[in-house]
Structure formats: structure tokens, C-alpha cells
Design a protein around this ligand. Structure first.
Ligand code: NDP
Length: 459
């Protein structure tokens, strides 16, 4: 047994830290783990979980309307924001408690405390000195406000989960995951939503067809899009806010939120005492095995600003625990990570976009657009499904799959396995579809839509 108080100390009880601590304890390590805000971190408290419940709350409104087309005498009488938030908070409290008890059951010692380094092996844990042979930094990230005059008059993503009232008019600044998701949520709940982003389309980095489809879906939901503009200032107007844009438009709303990215949580950790270095973007610099520049100190999840997704942080934490204490040295693979944006309908993707793949060589592009069977009865407009495969012309491997449509995230998880395994278009083609579903379209796209990449000019 080492002379340290712990074999491993994990700073941060979010998704990644909890997984790393729990698996290490299961492998027999003496583990301490500290959390200063809430067990489960961003995902459980102010991220994925409550966000998905809010997406569902918003979707029910449309389902009530659609039910009438199927013979139900359904009326939409209004939405009880306070009732919903209370129900959501009860569920989040339950989950939070599960996270803490899971750690304790695995044998980890939990601390509700702020932690800072005193030296590379010594930590101040809520005023008590503790030593550890290995230390993992898993402190996550915090939403960032764009630096414009009046920025303090805007809320951040976290605030949207606790608003006392549903705003009648809301401005969302940003065009990333959170901006798109909350625009859909609040529009679905009946709020007038202004979505303000600086690119021509939302979701920079995603496939171009999908970005276009997401913008169309938002507009079909009634979201008022202000694209290609920057917010220049926010001013107070009575109880409300005025957002001033670079095209000199002014938008009057009840609430403004900035969903303009996140910053890694490194302040207050005493990193100087640890010797751990940051990279140029202010995140903890790590290699593929989550090692920092200090041999016994590691970092996982958002604080490293690699792929800021909960399942990625979990994979990194698990791989590290197996490496350190499970006699199974391995690294989490960050290739072909499937992901979804919970717009309405959702958009999900795995692998390369058409734009990325086109740089590698000639690509066969298959695109299919159709309306759901359900909407032939509801007549609901703007709920088109779009599916897309990006296929390497030479090897016929499917390098990317993209979808916007109902259940896209559920469908993409399975498609992700195929892409990860290196499935070819012929593998997709010889798979028999499940009828009638949307998903079957992924195995029935026979006619190439176009060729992308360097062969395009030759065709
Ligand atoms: P993102 O990084 O996804 O998007 C930030 C947005 O803000 C971009 O549109 C960016 O524009 C814009 N922006 C940044 N700075 C400024 C500025 N100064 N002025 C105007 N616009 C600005 O941030 P999110 O907060 O939405 O999400 C953070 C991360 O959390 C995501 O990247 C994702 O990894 C994760 N997440 C995952 C979800 C999921 O899995 N469903 C849901 C929510 C978050 P530009 O593109 O031009 O830089």
C-alpha cells in the first residue's frame, strides 16, 4: 500500500469524474472524489438530462395538436411552466442522489468541497490536506458570455433551467448545439424566439445539408432567425431587454440568453502548485491517454476541451480507470463519435460531413428527403425528414451518416456501430429494412444523388 491517503483522487463529480472514480474503486483502488456544486455535473443538472425533458415538454404540445388528426378530441389548454419545472427538479434531485450513492457503494470516499492543489501530490479538500498517488482533474466547463456591452444583462445556458416564468419573448445569441436546442424548446412552448447567429447557417462544423435542414426546421417552428449578424450591445428596457445587432436592428424581448460556448473550469484549482500546463485555448493540455505534462496527473472531459460530450468524458474516465487500476491499458477512441442536436425534429450524425470527406477524394453522396407517414394525416408542414450517406467512391465505405427527423438520435446510435465497423454501402444495401419506418431509408437509398470531392470536375 502506498504512503498516500488515496491511490486516486478525482476532482469533480460530473459524468467523467464519477465514472473514473467508481470504476477505479471497483478495481480495488482507494479513491477520493470531490464535487463542489452538484453531483452528476452539467449533464445531470444543467445539461443533457433536464434539456431532454424540456425538449419532450415542448414536443407534447405538437403531439396534442396532431392527435386531433387521429380522431382524439384533444385540446391544448396551456402549459404549466412552474409545474413542469418542479417535476423536472424532482427527477434531477433523484438522479443527483443516485450519483453520490453510486460512488459510495463502490467504496469511494466522497467530499462536497472545493479542491485546490498545494503541491503535485497534495490537495486542499475543503480546508483539509489530503495526498494522492494519482490525481484526475474532471472539473468540466462553464458557459461563456460574449464580451459585448451589457453582456451581464443576459443569462447563460444554466439559467434557462430555472427561469421563474416562461418568457413571452426570448432572444438566444449563438448558433451552436444549445442555441438550436433551446430555440426549439421555447418555440414549442409558445415563446416568440429570436435566434441570433453570426454564420449564414447554424451549427458550424456539421454537414451543410443538415445545417440547412435545421434552419428550415427552426423556421417551420416559428423561430425568427437573424443570421450573419453579431450582437453589439444589450440594454435594459423596463423589465425587458433590447438586443442591438450589427445590422442596426433592435430586438425587444423579455429575456436574453447567451449560448456562446464554454470555458474550461481551471480557475481556483491552484494549477501552478501542481505544475500542470494549459494549452493555447486555456484548457488542460493532455495526450490521447488523458496524461497532462505531470506524469501522475490526468485530465478528462470538458476541462480538456477535446470533444465536449458527456459520453466522451465517460469513455475517457473509464479508459483511465482501467489503465491505472484494471490491468487493461487503453485509450478512449474519439473517432466516429455519434452525436445529436435535440432540435425539433432532432438531427444526428456520425463520421465525416460531405465537406470534410470531399477533401479526401471522390465521394458518392446519397440524400433522401421525405415526409413522415404520420404527417400525411396531420398535414403538419415543415417536418421533412432528411437522410444522407457519404460514401468513399473507391472503397465504398460509408464515411458519414446524417439525419434530421423524428428519432434521428435513436437511429444514429445503431448506424454509428456500422460506420465504426467500416461498413460499406453494399453492407447497408444488403440489410433488409424494417417497414414502415424512417430508418429503413438508410438501407434503401439506391440512387446516388451526386458526386462530391475531387472527381466532381471530371464528371
Ligand atoms: P457551441 O460551441 O456549440 O456554440 C457556440 C456558438 O456561439 C457558435 O454558434 C459560435 O459561433 C457562437 N459564438 C461564440 N462566440 C461568439 C461571439 N463572441 N459572438 C457571437 N457568437 C458567438 O456552444 P454551446 O454552448 O451551444 O455548447 C457547448 C458544447 O457543449 C457543444 O459544443 C457541445 O460539445 C456540448 N453540447 C452538446 C449537446 C448535445 O450533445 N446535444 C447539447 C449542448 C451542448 P461560431 O460558430 O461562428 O463560432
Amino acid at each position: 500500500m502506498s504512503s498516500y491517503d488515496f491511490d486516486l483522487f478525482v476532482i469533480g463529480g460530473g459524468s467523467g469524474g464519477t465514472r473514473c472514480a467508481r470504476i477505479s474503486a471497483t478495481h480495488g483502488a482507494r479513491v477520493g472524489v470531490a464535487e463542489e456544486r452538484f453531483w452528476g455535473g452539467t449533464c445531470v443538472n444543467v445539461g443533457c438530462v433536464p434539456k431532454k425533458l424540456m425538449v419532450q415538454a415542448a414536443e407534447y404540445g405538437a403531439w396534442v395538436e396532431d392527435a386531433r388528426a387521429f380522431g382524439w378530441d384533444a385540446t391544448k389548454a396551456g402549459f404549466d411552466w412552474k409545474g413542469f419545472v418542479a417535476a423536472k427538479d424532482t427527477e434531477i434531485d433523484r438522479l443527483k442522489a443516485i450519483y453520490a450513492s453510486m460512488l459510495q457503494r463502490a467504496g469511494a470516499k466522497t467530499f462536497e468541497a472545493h479542491v485546490r492543489f498545494l503541491d503535485p501530490h497534495t490537495l486542499d479538500v475543503g480546508g483539509k490536506r489530503m495526498t494522492a498517488e494519482h490525481i484526475v482533474i474532471a472539473t468540466g466547463s462553464t458557459p461563456r458570455r460574449a464580451a459585448i456591452p451589457g453582456a451581464e444583462l443576459a443569462g447563460i445556458t444554466d439559467d434557462l433551467f430555472y427561469l421563474p416564468e416562461r418568457p413571452a419573448r426570448l432572444a438566444i445569441i449563438g448558433g451552436g448545439y444549445s442555441a438550436v436546442e433551446f430555440a426549439g424548446i421555447f418555440a414549442g412552448l409558445g415563446t416568440e424566439v429570436h435566434l441570433i447567429y453570426r454564420q449564414p447557417l447554424p451549427l458550424r462544423g456539421f454537414d451543410g445539408d443538415m445545417r440547412q435542414a435545421v434552419a428550415e426546421a427552426l423556421e417551420a417552428q416559428g423561430v425568427i432567425i437573424h443570421h450573419g449578424v453579431l450582437p453589439t450591445q444589450i440594454t435594459a428596457e423596463g423589465e425587458g431587454r433590447l438586443v442591438h445587432l450589427s445590422d442596426v436592428t433592435e430586438i425587444a424581448v423579455d429575456y436574453v440568453v447567451m449560448t456562446t460556448g464554454r470555458v474550461p473550469n481551471v480557475d481556483g484549482l491552484g494549477l501552478q502548485a501542481s505544475g500542470v500546463k494549459l494549452n493555447a485555448s486555456g484548457a488542460i493540455a493532455v495526450d490521447d491517454g488523458s496524461h497532462t505534462n505531470v506524469p501522475h496527473i490526468y485530465a478528462i472531459g470538458d476541462v480538456t476541451d477535446r470533444l465536449n460530450l458527456t459520453p466522451v468524458a465517460i469513455a475517457e474516465g473509464h479508459a483511465l480507470a482501467d489503465t491505472l487500476f484494471g490491468h487493461n491499458p487503453r485509450e478512449a477512441s474519439l473517432h466516429n463519435v455519434p452525436t445529436a442536436v435535440f432540435s425539433s425534429p432532432p438531427m444526428a450524425t456520425v463520421g465525416l460531413t460531405e465537406e470534410e470527406a470531399a477533401l479526401l477524394g471522390p465521394m458518392d453522396i446519397y440524400v433522401s428527403r421525405f415526409s413522415l407517414l404520420r404527417h400525411t394525416l396531420t398535414g403538419r408542414q415543415g417536418r421533412k425528414t432528411i437522410m444522407k450517406l457519404v460514401v468513399d467512391q473507391r472503397s465504398q465505405k460509408v464515411l458519414g451518416a446524417h439525419m434530421l427527423g423524428e428519432d434521428a438520435a435513436e437511429i444514429m446510435q445503431g448506424i454509428g456501430i456500422a460506420v465504426q465497423m467500416g461498413a460499406t454501402k453494399q453492407d447497408f444495401d444488403r440489410t433488409i429494412g424494417i417497414h414502415p419506418t424512417s430508418a429503413e431509408e438508410f438501407v434503401t437509398m439506391r440512387t446516388r444523388t451526386r458526386v462530391a470531392g475531387i472527381a466532381e470536375a471530371a464528371e
